[in-house]
Design a binder for this molecule. Structure first.
Ligand code: PAF
Length: 436
């Protein structure tokens, strides 16, 4: 028999009657003994959701021989019996809410059940009744998320546990120095997956000898705070030696998608990206992996690599997040001097100007590229690396004469500061999004 604490709450109809009926049914269920219940508290609804009435809350102490999953099923049947239409609508008014808070000393992390309940410390209407029942709430360490993991063994153990618990997993690979752009990847992953891993690893393989590997901004504490805010479950931040042994000598070379543009300017860059992403996919086995469209060519390279090597992952591109003046967010923006920062908006302005021409009926590739050239030429601080119009998706060459579905891509150097900054930007000609 295990000692279990279940929180109950109701804010629709005859709240006390819903709770009493559920407790009576629990008493009548074989394998469950209802031991004690706390006093009931009346509390306001907290959180984001439709306007709704006050809750009647409390906690009941049970002793049970049921497994956690069997008890969960019993509780869900009781919620439905009380009139709840959907068990999955969060923050909506409900006739009855029953949550397993503690199940003996077990730690459970499956798709349907997390025990101890991950948020119970934040809820006075759960903590107070638990204290009344003699539970030392402060001794029940709250699960700190994200859990920070720095070894592959611990990461694979965690992902194996999630796989056994039928959880879908989203991976957000990053090099840290996180900003709102990364956070939007995490939010999308959070919406689409049961568990989210963010990785922070400044990957030496993707930097050329004259690039900014040593100077690349690093701020693990700041990254942790951003991951926490975005609801990330695991932050994987391995040292270089974990990812690549001293004698590591295998590399993933991607073909067509890695040629031209960044591939032409940054020798070996995409080989380094493809290799590290392949390692991350292999060790975390995610259902989905999230990448920002600012690095559109990287998305195409990773998608091709995952497909060719047979990783069963969906590569999810996420829209560029911009500053209010249009500059695409990037960890490297912090290197820009004030003057270069002001000048940097020229990239987005140039792309928007060409898109405007496209909307007005100019579908000639050279004219559209010329339009980008002209706007960029107005800003002497920007040394243009390339301007391209490529096919949407894989970013390979567009068939002649067809710009429908094309994506414009630019890269420019800003060299005012101590560290020269290469900025990338791109825009889909067909995009309707005014902010893009
Ligand atoms: O986009 C990045 O930050 C990196 O290229 C990635 C995908 C994390 C690989 O190191």
């Amino acid at each position: 028999m295990e000692l279990v604490y279940v929180a109950f709450g109701s804010n629709v109809g005859d709240r006390a009657a819903h709770i009493d009926a559920a407790l009576d049914r629990l008493r009548a269920t074989p394998g469950i003994e209802v031991l004690r219940q706390s006093a009931r508290l009346e509390t306001d609804f907290v959180g984001v959701g439709p306007e709704q009435g006050r809750f009647l809350n409390g906690v009941v102490e049970l002793s049970t021989s049921l497994t956690p999953v069997a008890l969960l099923c019993v509780l869900q049947v009781l919620e439905i019996a009380a009139g709840r239409v959907s068990l999955h609508l969060v923050n909506h008014p409900r006739e009855l809410d029953l949550d397993i808070i503690l199940f003996g000393s077990r730690v459970i992390d499956t798709r349907e059940l997390q025990v101890p309940h991950p948020h119970f410390h934040e809820r006075d209407f759960v903590c107070e009744p638990l204290r009344q029942l003699g539970v030392n709430v402060d001794m029940q360490a709250p699960m700190q998320t994200p859990v920070v993991i720095d070894s592959i063994a611990a990461l694979t153990a965690k992902t194996a546990e999630w796989a056994a618990g039928d959880c879908s997993v989203g991976l957000v690979p990053t090099m840290g120095s996180l900003h709102r752009g990364h956070q939007s990847l995490m939010h999308t992953a959070r919406e689409q997956c049961d568990r989210v891993i963010a990785t922070v690893f400044v990957n030496p393989l993707q930097f050329g000898p004259n690039e900014d590997f040593a100077a690349y901004p690093r701020d693990l504490d700041g990254d942790l705070a951003i991951c926490r805010e975005a609801g990330v479950d695991v932050l994987f931040a391995p040292p270089v030696g974990q990812m690549f042994d001293d004698d590591f000598c295998s590399n993933v070379q991607v073909g067509a998608e890695a040629e031209g543009m960044e591939g032409a300017v940054r020798d070996g860059h995409f080989q380094g990206v493809a290799t590290v992403v392949a390692r991350l996919l292999a060790m975390s086995n995610p259902h989905r992996a999230y990448f920002g469209e600012k690095d559109a060519q990287q998305v195409a390279v990773v998608r091709r690599m995952a497909r060719d090597l047979g990783f069963p992952v969906q590569v999810v591109p996420c829209a560029i997040v911009r500053e209010s003046d249009g500059l695409a967010m990037s960890s490297r923006n912090v290197y820009l001097t004030e003057a270069d920062r002001r000048a940097s908006t020229v990239l987005h302005r140039a792309l928007c100007s060409a898109r405007e021409q496209f909307r007005r009926g100019t579908h000639d590739r050279d004219q559209l590229l010329q339009c980008v050239v002209q706007v960029l030429a107005t800003e002497p601080r920007c040394a243009v690396d390339y301007i391209e119009l490529r096919r949407e998706g894989d970013l390979l060459a567009l068939p002649p004469g067809d710009v429908n579905g094309g994506r414009l891509l630019v890269a420019g150097m800003f060299v005012d500061g101590v560290t020269p900054v290469r900025l990338l930007d791109n825009l889909s000609l067909n995009s309707e999004d005014a902010n893009e």
